[in-house]
Design a protein around this ligand. Structure first.
Ligand code: F6R
Length: 589
């Protein structure tokens, strides 16, 4: 992942770069660094940890520079592995993974070149330095080096003494922009704050040169190329946690609004082409990662139940190398909050190559996924800052369930309405007021299980992911009926179990598992809309949800699980907004 920025202009560069990096911290926060050029001389500062560690560098001199916030891939998260990396006159920042770094590094070392980090990125600095020494042309040197690299990269590169930034992109996002007071490069539009700005999204294989004269774009053969300008003013204002202690808590509170805003009206003319394809669709394939994969599982349940359309849900990183069978009349749905997840993009591309139409469900209007897709159904969750996905999951469900209902309609089947869901989500939040009181049972836990059947199992998987990623407690989402086939051996009084029973047809079966774990000493927490279960004796605590269409229940039942994860994270002294080792946008394999 990582985030990169570059600036050349009339303003002091350090604050521009550091402000930009703060906006990109969602991409990784293991270390941060900037390089500034002042009177032709380069100065580099780097720190382990968050961008805030660079506050001292705000007053550094220079109106040209590059910056980086890191999510470690090669080499530990420490200062010597922090970017920018320097070799000779060359200084660069990199987002991506260079897969043939080991062999390239060995070749450099065989020539007597010394490395000062364990990163793959430094290899690129060495290659560019070698070519720059020979050719004296930075753009050509970057192109020559890029031609030797296997993997993914977005680079911003400086040469000491030269007033230019050269950029390159391959499978990692990169935009360049022209503003009134300079030119910019960044991993994301959000990092560029410039009056009167025009931004361009680089395509894979593109290069860019940023100078006082503006931005020049080149294709892979270094021929000048035009790229579509991103509309101005399309980004949202800087997010603010307001009265909340954390963005995650605020974003859970925004779930009802996210659901309300995201339910599409598929009868509108703008969706008529998509609806024609839906009428012909015989198979649904869903590709996604992490939380988005879980929303895909929820969709499978709804689409098969209501529309009887066979639906396959694949983890994108598996799908892309599985030589998947894509029958005619398959609609592939790629679900991704960021629209930049490398595995999801690759899976979506493969599905297209195999003849499938591609529908993107994403929260980012100008993402790589929207550009790749034949159709887009946006989620309108608003910007999600917390690294753990919350409201974006509920928003994905709002879109996918509407799609399931539309598919059912197209087949003359019962199409349940989503109309009441935003209000029910509000009510759920109110009813979850005491979830924080559950945390003492989790603080000393060895591990945690989330159990459910059918749609409840899908929500259980998401609840478990939420808890483990922000509390670091080992946790598993499990099919309630499967527990007794081995895993029950792990359950004891230090193993809290969260059970979901939101479908009356399956609830009593789920309660069997509740009794089994309770009998073995496990504290049990129940999430259910059924009064009689809410008052069951063999549970430690329960939350009573409002009732909804059972197949849609994950959109509500996940809310107490999101809140539980948040409270446990706080009780254990973690940072729920920025859990260790993670990043919001996973643009590497
Ligand atoms: C978990 C989480 C991740 C993402 C996953 C896919 O809370 O946020 O599991 O869901 O990395 O990201 P997107 O949806 O951006 O493709």
């Amino acid at each position: 992942m990582c985030g990169i920025v570059g600036y050349l202009g009339t303003a002091p560069a350090a604050p521009v770069l550091i402000d930009g990096l703060e906006k990109l911290e969602y991409r990784g926060y293991d270390s941060a660094g900037i390089a500034l050029m002042s009177e032709g001389k380069l100065a580099v500062v780097r720190r382990k940890g968050r961008v805030a560690e660079l506050a001292f560098a705000r007053t550094m001199q220079g109106d040209l520079g590059i910056g980086h916030t890191r999510w470690a891939t090669h080499g530990a998260p420490c200062e010597r592995n922090a970017h920018p990396h320097r070799c000779g006159k060359i200084c660069l920042v990199h987002n991506g993974i260079i897969e043939n770094a080991a062999s390239l590094r060995a070749a450099c070392e065989a020539r007597g070149e010394a490395f000062s980090s364990d990163t793959d990125s430094e290899v690129a600095a060495h290659l560019i330095d070698g070519l720059y020494r020979k050719e004296g042309d930075l753009l050509r040197a970057v192109k020559g080096a890029a031609g030797q690299l296997v993997g993914s990269y977005a680079f911003a590169v400086l040469a000491e003494g030269e007033r230019q930034i050269v950029c390159a992109r391959m499978h990692s996002p990169l935009i360049v922009a022209e503003g009134a007071d300079g030119v910019f490069a960044a991993s994301d539009l959000a990092a560029v704050q410039a009056e009167g700005r025009t931004a361009y999204v680089l395509e894979d294989g593109d290069f860019a040169r940023l100078t006082d004269g503006g931005v020049e774009l080149f294709d892979g053969a270094l021929s000048p190329v035009a790229r579509e300008a991103v509309p101005l003013g399309c980004e949202e204002p800087a997010p603010d946690a307001g009265a909340f202690r954390h963005f995650m808590r605020k974003e859970i509170d925004e779930v009802p609004q996210a659901v309300q805003n995201s339910i599409p009206d598929l009868s509108k003319p703008e969706f008529s082409d998509l609806c024609k394809v839906l009428c012909q669709t015989q198979y649904l394939h869903i590709v996604a990662c992490g939380t988005a994969y879980h929303s895909g599982l929820c969709m499978k349940h709804a689409a098969e139940l209501f529309a009887r359309v066979p639906t396959q849900v694949s983890i994108a990183s598996e799908y892309r190398y599985a030589d998947p069978i894509v029958p005619p009349r398959t609609l592939t749905i790629a679900v991704s909050q960021s629209g930049e997840t490398a595995d999801t993009l690759a899976a979506a591309q493969l599905a297209k190559e195999k003849g499938s139409r591609l529908l993107a469900v994403t929260n980012v209007a100008h993402s790589s996924l929207t550009r790749l897709a034949d159709f887009v159904l946006p989620t309108h969750a608003g910007r999600e800052v917390g690294v753990a996905a919350t409201k974006s999951f509920n928003a994905q469900l709002a879109v996918l369930y509407a799609l399931a209902a539309r598919l059912a309609l197209a087949r003359g089947r019962r199409a349940p309405t989503l109309a009441g869901l935003p209000t029910l989500a509000e009510e759920t939040l109110v009813r979850c007021g005491r979830i924080g009181a559950w945390t003492p049972y989790f603080q000393g836990a060895r591990s945690v299980f989330f159990l459910g059947r059918g749609a409840d199992r899908c929500a259980a998987l998401e609840g478990s992911l939420k808890l483990k990623e922000i509390s670091y407690l080992p946790s598993e989402g499990y099919a309630a009926g499967e527990l007794k086939h081995g895993t029950l051996a792990l359950v004891d009084n230090a193993t809290p179990v969260v059970a979901l029973a939101c479908d009356r047809a399956l609830a009593d079966k789920t309660m069997n598992a509740v009794h089994e774990v309770y009998a073995r000493g496990a504290p049990v927490f129940l999430v259910t809309p059924f009064e009689e279960l809410y008052h069951a004796r063999e549970v430690t605590a329960s939350v009573l949800l409002p009732r909804c269409e059972p197949a849609f229940s994950p959109i509500l039942s996940v809310i107490p699980l999101q809140l539980l994860a948040y409270h446990v994270s706080l009780a254990l002294g973690r940072d729920p907004d920025k859990p260790r080792n993670l990043a919001k946008s996973v643009t590497v394999e």
